[in-house]
Ligand binder design. Structure first.
Ligand SMILES: Nc1ncnc2c1ncn2[C@@H]1O[C@H](COP(=O)(O)OP(=O)(O)OP(=O)(O)O)[C@@H](O)[C@H]1O
Length: 632
């Protein structure tokens, strides 16, 4: 008989209340996942005990046989999930089962609005696994004792805003979770159902999941002998670490289920790569590409990295030293013999073995993406979710720049859609005769890129241009200067160079025009003074009267705006104004006098800045000038 003492009733943190409310009222579909979540936690608790016991063998007491047990009582309508893992102290219970410390929870609640409220898919991704018990139970009891504590703790709640906690006697270490099933969830108190669920969700978990099996002796006539029931524990899951098994013996479904376990994701991964490496370094890796981006992909302290095991002993989650930052979306497991069992995050940072594994795993991950790229649809899903993260690659990982370049996808004038689905290899295969460079334009939005005046000559000549409009693009391009022996050129920087696409005659004709317009150019420069670096005539425009360009090595407009928005100092650069000698407005400018000339020249400059997506220093002055011109 246990005696409860030091009993108190505490309120759940507000977020937990919201979450429980959703669990109880909205998440009807896929209710069975509660078992997966509880087994997953129990397995983690066993992993943690095994890890702590490396330093303190006494934690095992007389029971080193780690296991999870599942029992049910049809009459009482209960399901119990029990483990002999690390257990929890009173403080831990209050912290872990009364609050949600993770910042992701608010995000989770936001994502669960509207239609998604009916969808349990997001549970688990935000570390709300335990609470999923309330999908099927109207009361949950947790009885637990930490492996290094004398006293046990009981936690009880109906999921309605508060929970009760008390100290209890508990002989065995570990945690026992008793779900008092709701009326409409009694179906789960069924042996056959539970066994199926364990196999479906937890086969890959290394800790054995046991269920009681009752056998009754039969007499000669085949009738059950009353009172002869013998109950034994039977291991229901495969109970072998999945990555240890040979590839050929693991089914796709098992790989997928394992992914969901380690990534806390409910959707299938896009692909995976499972490898055993022997030789100088010995390790097994199983890497996955998820199908969608986690909420914290762009957060500085977002979770990333692999699960690290040393000789099958779980060491840590989120070991980020094994993959570069630009592959932070990759999930998986690394199990090695080459590290010591008491390795810490600090030690990982300094270990040359880890560096070697990192470069091998990076190659592995890039190869996995290369393979995935053969499946157009799958790769597009990957690119839409993680493309802008992969774009960080060329800057971070110079050695693998070429491999990463092959994996990049862009919007281009060839397709003229926002979908980024064209590779550099696709571009190169379509290059025109005489074209030596890969052209691109960077703008703040797809439309600004697509309609940029800089593209006019390229469209006229049928030369493809990459349309870059992600925030990271200018950063990417500053580190990706060459592909397949061809240099990449920003069409908004420097002099227009179409290489051999233009014939000699064309070039000569342009020189003649430039000469003829020398006077005009000089007058415009005088009128605009310091506001521009230079004025010149151009033949890159067909429809627009003017455009602004930067010098070859100036920081681009996009990067300037990002840095300005971030409050960073940016070096002042003056644009170069290029005029289209064929345009009617430019012709008109030539015949204008004095003030009118000055106004027109400024309007051309301001318009060129606007067309490129920039902001005017004095927009009201522009409007005034334009209005004066319109009413003249
Ligand atoms: N069986 C258990 N034994 C020991 N501790 C547990 C057990 N179940 C839950 N916990 C503790 O409660 C915490 C909260 O559990 P919960 O499932 O809500 O989130 P999580 O496990 O941290 O996240 P996720 O479910 O995404 O892995 C766990 O991190 C763990 O510390």
């Amino acid at each position: 008989m246990t005696t409860a003492t030091h009993e108190e009733t505490l309120g759940f943190q507000t977020e937990v209340k919201q979450l429980l409310h959703l669990m109880i009222h909205s998440l009807y579909s896929n209710r069975e996942i509660f078992l997966r979540e509880l087994i997953s936690n129990a397995a983690d608790a066993c992993d943690k005990l095994r890890y702590e016991a490396l330093d303190n063998d006494a934690l095992y007491g007389s029971d080193s046989d780690l296991r999870i047990e599942i029992e049910h009582d049809t009459k009482a309508g209960t399901v119990t999930v029990r483990d002999n893992g690390i257990g929890m102290s009173r403080d831990e219970v209050i912290r872990n089962l009364g609050t949600i410390a993770k910042s992701g929870t608010a995000e989770f609640l936001k994502q669960l609005s509207g239609e998604q409220q009916k969808d349990a898919k997001l549970i688990g991704q935000f570390g709300v696994g335990f609470y999923s018990g309330f999908i099927v139970a109207d009361e949950v009891t947790v009885r637990t004792r930490r492996a290094d504590a004398e006293e046990g703790v009981e936690w009880r709640s109906k999921g309605e805003g508060e929970f009760t906690i008390a100290d209890i006697d508990k002989a065995e270490r570990g945690t026992e979770i008793i779900l008092h099933l709701k009326k409409d969830a009694k179906e789960f108190a069924d042996d056959f159902r539970l066994r199926n669920l364990v196999r479906k969700y937890s086969d890959h978990i290394e800790v054995p999941v046991r269920m009681p099996k009752t056998e009754t002796a039969k007499d000669d006539e085949g009738n059950e002998v009353e009172g002869s029931e013998v109950t034994t524990w039977e291991t229901v899951n495969e109970a072998q670490a999945l990555w240890v098994r040979p590839k050929s013996e693991v089914s796709d479904d098992e790989y997928k289920a394992f992914y969901k376990h380690i990534a806390h994701d409910f959707s299938d991964p896009l692909t995976w790569s499972h490898n055993k490496v022997e030789g100088k370094l010995e390790y097994t890796s199983l890497l996955y590409v998820p199908g969608r981006a986690p909420f914290d992909l762009y957060e500085r302290d977002g979770s990333r990295g692999v699960r690290l095991y040393v000789q099958r002993v779980f060491i840590m989650d989120d070991a980020e030293q094994f993959l570069p930052l630009y592959l932070r979306f990759v999930k998986g497991v690394v199990d090695t013999k080459d590290l010591s069992l008491n390795v810490s995050r600090e030690l990982l940072q300094k270990d040359p073995q880890v560096d070697k594994m990192k470069s091998a795993l990076t190659k592995r991950a890039l190869d996995m993406l290369k393979k995935l790229a053969k499946d157009k649809e799958g790769y597009q899903a990957f690119w839409n979710a993680f493309g802008s993260v992969l774009k960080e690659g060329p800057a971070e990982d110079y050695a693998n720049r070429d491999k990463i370049a092959d994996l990049l996808r862009f919007s281009t004038t060839y397709t003229d859609t926002t979908v980024q689905d064209q590779s550099l290899a696709d571009y190169v295969s379509r290059m025109k005769e005489g074209q030596q460079k890969i052209y691109y334009i960077i703008a703040d939005s797809f439309n600004a890129a697509k309609h940029s005046p800089h593209l006019e000559i390229f469209r006229k000549k049928g030369v493809e241009v990459l349309l870059l409009h992600d925030r990271i693009d200018e950063w990417l391009m500053s580190h990706l200067t060459e592909y397949d022996g061809k240099s990449l050129a920003d069409v908004a920087k420097g002099n227009l160079d179409l290489g051999d696409i233009e014939g000699e005659e064309e070039k000569q004709a342009q020189e003649v025009t430039a000469k003829a317009k020398e006077d005009l150019v000089k007058r415009v420069k005088e009128a605009l003074g310091d506001e521009v670096q230079e004025v010149r005539v151009t033949h890159r425009l067909t429809d627009s009267p003017a455009c602004v360009v930067l010098s070859e090595h100036d920081m681009g407009f996009q990067m300037r705006r990002i840095m300005e928005a971030a409050g960073q100092p940016v070096p002042e650069v003056k644009p170069i104004l290029e005029l289209n000698p064929e345009h009617a407005l430019v012709t008109r400018l030539e015949t204008a006098e004095d003030d009118r000339f000055g106004d027109l020249a400024r309007i051309l400059l301001d318009q060129a800045i606007i067309a490129e997506g920039g902001h005017l220093n004095d927009p009201a002055a522009y409007v005034k000038r334009l209005n004066a011109l319109l009413t003249a």
